[in-house]
Design a protein around this ligand. Sequence first.
Ligand code: SF4
Length: 368
Amino acid sequence: DLFRQLKFRDPARARALAEALRHNMDAIGREVSVMHVCGSHEQAIARFGLRAVLPPGLELIMGPGCPVCVTDGPEVDEAVALAMQGVRVCTYGDMLRLPGTARSLADAQADGGKVEVVYSISQAVELAHAHPDEQVVFLASGFETTAVATAAVALASPPPNFSILSVHKYVPAAMEIVAASKETHIEGYIAAGHAAIITGWAIFEPFAARTGAPVVVAGFEPLDILAALVKLTELIREGRPEVANVYPRCVTKEGNLPAQRSLWRAFRTVTGRWRGIAEVPGGNLELVPELASLDARKRFRIDTAGVRDAAAEEEAKGCLCGRIMLGLATPEHCALFGTTCVPESPVGACMVSSEGQCRIWHTYGGVP
Ligand code: SF4
């Protein structure tokens, strides 16, 4: 770890990259907005204060990069309803306090619902083995990176009392929504290195060609992100809507082919709602018909009527999560940020998750 820190957090190299960035922006000669779509990138940017070294005129915006945040309220309602009808619902810790339209899984747990926090889907399978008389449902959240782990279990004949409630999301589909937005003018994108380890960097080539916006795949150390910004501004300056990979130590053009095969053997993309954003064509991952017996939505009649309250949704409380995830606002635009809405009592999803921008800015500060 020390070696990595010395190599990828070296101040002299950071200064050189900041200088190259300034040079590129001087050559462009106007304001430029670029977007990253990853909570881990935002954590690094905020933690290391990288916005403080950006040249004037370069705006680095976080997009829909927090998988917990984009899980829609009605999707949480489904898990809450299952927990309240006696099913043991297992999920990752970040999902526990994520609000549904009216209640969270933590609320359901407090009301006697069976809710278990697990560190992996394998742990949920172990619980199914340990409780053969119960139905165990894994609320499967996360982007394609996490969906690969879900796929591996789904394809490995889990016990008959185990099923999956998939709220997995597919990032490239959301980038299309942002690119199509008339409210933003994003000229380039930084893509998440961990997702690209699975998908490969070539997956972004059609997007770059179609939208005219270059994409740079980046790792998560400060120098990775600065190097990505240098490359991105270079491509913008030269008018080249290409894909570049500045994370070659982990990402290849093709990606992890066995993981991709198992992902697409288990899932297919469908249109789904992302919290606060919109319907995203191809944005959700649903189990394929061949695995329907593992699909909690097919196995159970999920009645959310008793746990749903559209009037109580975050937007009605003044939460700007939707606009933040589209890159149209920052936490500082929200009147509730740091006052009514804090990590201990979050109003919206962006303050719940450690990958949410409000939570990150509350922890590290956002703009210099
Ligand atoms: Fe929503 Fe809270 Fe963020 Fe405001 S500070 S946008 S209420 S999560």
